[in-house]
Design a protein around this ligand. Structure first.
Ligand code: SAM
Length: 506
């Protein structure tokens, strides 16, 4: 009997992950930066994630946007069973998970969507499936709706494509459990890479192969080992999506919006010579040697007048998602180290550290008022792109409760499985990664247990021990003492932040 998975790796589940770029508010912010009207992203809207994997993103967003409705679609039943379990534990009534193939889903009657997200899907499915996806987008996206699509792109991948082929060939030629075959293929690749030839000619290929040794089997399987795998030029994706009446509107990678961080003046001048947006993006990928794109397409883009764009952006709120002292003072870019001017970034970071602020309110602060709207907006874009700030959705009734239920469910699952790492912040409106020990300390609080002893029970059940000053701690007493010390550090440094972000109540 033929496999129902069309050559897609079904032997290892995909990892649990939340990608902040696919949050509705982040997508809307990226569109507004380009002066394009976003669809509705607060209150009642409909969001569909095609190829939702373990469904962590859709589940987290369902807690964050209690009046919106979320659909997650993925043909691997193990993914959907896990996603449904989390949704049930979190008590979500606004999230539906279907173990449909894209083909099944295309035939299923259902609602039209304001937002459709495809993260890590487009480059990893067959041409037939991409055609089905275009059909779904054509029929199920509302006019004015947006599509997020990420993909491996050319020319950034061109020189490294043989690395992927080598891995695939090696894994296909061996038998046994997939993790062992992956390990063997990587070791073989390393031997080959020391013998010159291709690996001498393409400087990055050997390091690329070496870097895979540190990646999880799940990542390698889903990124490299599907039968169908193809990087694309942006122009090819834009042409395919035209059939669904979609136009490219913005990059969801916010650092892409800071073009002078990556491109020299003569490169920017060359790009300015073309008025065709598709050609411009494709040429830009040559100049930046981009390997992975996150694009936002719109069905029927409505261009905002500059005054309307500014008014909409002034209404946006932003929050810091790291401690104030982790906001960088400079950033390394392809053009070298760029200092973030303290006169602009310091008052901005100080203000955001006190809690989410609207851009209008920020612009009333004397130190920022003198910088002006565009400068402050650019700095906020940079902070969000660097992962130290987030655009915050408008406040909404039920969010705190939705996030609390999601966080309780995630922490409960951490009792048995350590791979759910993100918790929802109702204050920042996004998911934040929390370290394993901190999650165990939070679970101990939730269950009214003594934190160090509780964490040690779980770690020792999993055969784990701690290290101090590079030395493994052998005995239970040593581990417990270290956990007690780490819990004190957690209580003093991170717990207050988790409280301020609404992840811990009270
Ligand atoms: C690389 S994973 C990305 C998962 C998720 N979007 C994320 O970012 O965590 C791609 C997902 O697409 C699903 N998928 C691939 N082909 C599919 C198809 N034809 N129909 C439905 N789901 C499919 C896979 O099962 C897998 O979970």
């Amino acid at each position: 009997m033929p496999s129902p998975y069309n050559g897609y790796v079904a032997e290892i589940d995909y990892s649990h992950a939340f990608y902040p770029e696919i949050a509705p508010t982040s997508l809307a912010f990226a569109l507004l930066l380009k002066g394009v009207q976003p669809p509705r992203v607060s209150g009642d809207f409909a969001y569909c994630e095609l190829g939702c994997g373990q469904g962590l993103s859709s589940n987290l967003l369902a807690g964050m946007h209690p009046r919106a409705r979320f659909w997650g679609v993925d043909f691997l039943p193990s993914h959907i069973a896990g996603a449904r379990h989390l949704a049930e534990e979190a008590g979500h009534v606004n999230a539906v998970f279907l173990d449909d193939s894209f083909e099944d889903f295309a035939q299923r009657p259902g609602p039209d969507f304001d937002i459709i997200a495809l993260h890590g899907v487009w480059s990893w499915v067959s041409a037939e499936n991409r055609a089905i996806l275009v059909d779904i987008l054509r029929r199920r996206l509302k006019p004015g709706g947006m599509v997020y699509v990420s993909y491996n792109c050319l020319p950034g991948w061109a020189a490294d494509m043989p690395v992927r082929q080598l891995l695939l060939d090696q894994v296909s030629a061996s038998v046994g459990p997939l993790p062992e075959r992956i390990e063997e293929a990587l070791r073989f690749g390393q031997r080959l890479s020391r013998l010159g030839g291709y690996f001498d000619h393409v400087a990055g290929a050997g390091p690329h192969l070496d870097s895979l040794l540190a990646k999880s089997d799940s990542y390698i399987a889903h990124e490299y080992l599907n039968r169908d795998w193809a990087p694309f030029y942006h122009a090819e994706v834009a042409r395919d999506l035209e059939a669904a009446k979609l136009n490219f509107a913005a990059s969801a990678t916010l650092l892409d919006h800071l073009e002078d961080w990556r491109l020299a003046p003569d490169a920017l001048a060359l790009l300015a010579e073309t008025s065709d947006p598709t050609r411009r993006e494709t040429l830009r990928d040559y100049l930046t040697y981009t390997r992975f794109r996150r694009d936002i397409f719109i069905r029927g883009p409505r261009r905002l007048a500059p005054s309307e764009r500014e008014a909409r952006l002034r209404d946006f709120r932003f929050g810091l998602c790291v401690p104030r002292d982790e906001v960088p003072e400079s950033v390394s870019t392809p053009k070298g180290e760029i200092a973030l001017p303290a006169a602009l970034y310091a008052p901005l970071a100080d203000a955001l550290a006190a809690g989410p602020q609207g851009l209008s309110a920020l612009l009333k602060l004397p130190a920022l008022a003198e910088q002006g709207f565009e400068a402050v907006l650019t700095a906020l874009t940079a902070l969000v792109g660097l992962g130290v700030a987030v655009p915050v959705p408008p406040e909404e009734e039920g969010r705190a409760e939705g996030c609390a239920r999601f966080n309780h469910a995630v922490l409960r699952q951490n009792r048995h499985a350590p791979d759910l790492r993100q918790l929802a912040s109702p204050v920042l409106g996004t998911g934040l990664q929390v370290d394993l020990l901190d999650r165990l300390f939070l679970l101990a609080r939730q269950e009214g247990r003594e934190p160090a002893a509780f964490a040690w029970t779980i770690l020792s059940e999993r055969g784990k021990r701690l290290r101090r000053n590079g030395e493994w701690l052998e005995t239970a007493e040593e581990n417990l003492a270290e956990l007690g010390r780490l819990h004190d550090v957690f209580t003093r440094s991170r717990l207050p932040l988790l409280r301020a972000w609404g992840i811990v109540e009270g």
